[in-house]
Design a protein. Structure first.
Length: 324
């Protein structure tokens, strides 16, 4: 019952935000532009998105190694493609991350190590995104002059960094109070694994991969603008799209739909750009990501896993996940 209620709330949030977003633009004009897309750019976008997943997989593999397990590169790539698919179609609070945890644990790594690796991978990705957003604030402020919007950007960027610092703080010193509860004990253990990553050569590689992954995301978003003949420069996308992606990580909708569109329209509006361009970029980004996710679905079927197993993924993950 709880899972059904969560699903219905997320569906309602996505539908409501999409409705509010679509009300602000001329849908006829948007439809015409979407019907006249430059398919060469769409092909390039799909290629970049597919090329991005191996980088995500290699980063995760480095983290799994730090956590004390072994994950072959080919297996990491396969699991990452499958996770991308379920991030799009599994309406849960953990989505594709739950499936990656389940696949890794199913392969003999163990639940704790699997959960720690995916949790750290998520923290690393969000932290790198926040670092870029904060580093770009001086230039973003040249585009966005509204004081409320500026304050929101600062809150989003530094808030994400503060959350990451709090997570790392749990592992700075072994405190007895953290051992009293199962939840905090596992979080502290995951934090210490994260510290081990930060102090190793693998940490440099993971950081470099994270920044590369986010820059590829910017390239994809800029490509969607080019495909729709939108008057948006690469730097505009760099300064506006990444904060939107940071907001979209909040798990209140289905695969970020609705949240991303609303945030993009507001970001473009505050920057003096056409709101319809923001909506088009967001829709195309979501659609192309969904298309690549479908490839992950093919990988899932080709791997021979049973569809009935998906029903147990989130339940099993919640039973063992300290952050669920």
């Amino acid at each position: 019952m709880r899972r059904l209620l969560t699903l219905l709330i997320k569906v309602a949030v996505s539908i409501l935000l999409l409705y509010l977003s679509l009300r602000r633009v001329d849908l006829g004009s948007v439809g015409q532009r979407l019907g006249a897309l430059d398919l060469r750019w769409i092909a390039l976008i799909l290629f970049v998105l597919c090329a991005q997943i191996p980088f995500v997989a290699i980063r995760w593999r480095e983290i799994v190694t730090i956590c004390g397990a072994n994950l072959p590169a080919a297996t990491a790539i396969r699991y990452s493609f499958i996770g991308t698919f379920f991030s799009q179609v599994l309406p849960s609070t953990v989505g594709g991350d739950a499936v990656r945890i389940w696949l890794l644990a199913r392969g003999g790594t163990g639940w704790s190590t699997s959960i720690y690796s995916v949790l750290i991978d998520r923290v690393v990705g969000v932290s790198a995104l926040a670092v870029i957003v904060v580093a770009c604030l001086p230039w973003t402020f040249n585009l966005v002059h509204d004081p409320v919007a500026r304050a929101a950007l600062v809150l989003i960027g530094f808030g994400a960094l503060a959350s990451a610092a709090f997570f790392l703080g749990l592992g700075v010193q072994h405190m007895r109070v953290l051992e009293r509860w199962w939840f905090t004990r596992h979080l502290a253990t995951a934090s210490r694994r994260a510290w081990r990553l930060c102090q190793s050569a693998a940490g440099v590689r993971v950081a470099a991969l994270s920044f590369l992954i986010h820059l590829l995301t910017v390239l994809v978003a800029w490509g969607t603008a080019r495909a729709a003949h939108a008057s948006v420069g690469f730097t505009d996308v760099l300064f506006l799209f990444l904060p939107v992606m940071l907001v979209a990580t909040i798990p209140v909708s289905i695969a970020g739909w609705g949240v991303r569109e609303s945030a993009m329209i507001l970001a473009f509006s505050y920057a003096g750009l056409a709101e319809s361009d923001g909506l088009i970029v967001s829709i195309l980004y979501g659609a192309t990501t969904l298309a690549v996710g479908a490839i992950g679905g093919v990988v899932w079927v080709a791997s021979g896993y049973r569809w009935s197993s998906v029903k147990t993924v989130e339940a099993d993950t919640r039973a063992h996940d300290p952050s669920a």
